[in-house]
Ligand binder design. Structure first.
Ligand SMILES: [Zn+2]
Length: 166
């Protein structure tokens, strides 16, 4: 019985793949990008996955963050998982965030975060999307609402989730 079920699942999966011509399937989630648009900084077989929660970094790319610890690069699906890594009591170097406009990683300290817009968040009810320019952040805010703040402000909001869940 299990074999039949898994065969059906596989068949559905194959049929599903047949619809999309490009090798990567683009999800409808706002956070998702095509694989070739994503900058993945980790190495090894898990380079595509959040080091903390294991979620797919290409699917959750627009909220992705990265940092360096002891010479090794780490990447997260969200500021939430970056915060969780900091919760281990370590100092992370060179923290970066994806600029939603260019899809490049930029230093968090120069980013403008739009917090609590109508666009859904990753690992959090209050979404946090970052931009390299205030202008881009304002354009996003005009469309989807939310509040513009710096990294420290966005981090404080991210920390609220930990208080809430604990
Ligand atoms: Zn994560």
């Amino acid at each position: 019985m299990f074999k039949i079920l898994s065969f059906t699942a596989l068949l559905l999966l194959l049929l599903g793949c047949g619809i999309e011509k490009s090798p990567s399937i683009k999800s409808h989630m706002y956070q998702s990008v095509n694989e070739n648009e994503a900058t993945l900084v980790q190495s090894g077989k898990n380079k595509r996955y959040c080091v903390k929660c294991g979620m797919d970094l290409v699917r959750y790319y627009k909220t992705s963050h990265a940092s360096t610890y002891k010479g090794r690069d780490y990447q997260y699906c969200s500021i939430h998982c970056l915060e969780e890594h900091l919760g281990d009591g370590i100092t992370l170097k060179n923290p970066r965030v994806v600029d939603v406009a260019s899809l490049k990683l930029i230093p968090v300290m120069s980013a403008y975060y739009v917090v609590g817009s109508k666009k859904r968040g990753t690992m959090s009810r209050k979404s946090k999307y970052a931009f390299s320019t205030e202008d881009d952040a304002k354009k996003f805010q005009a469309k989807f609402g939310g509040e513009i703040m710096d990294f420290n402000g966005a981090r404080e909001i991210a920390q609220e989730d930990f208080k809430h869940y604990r």
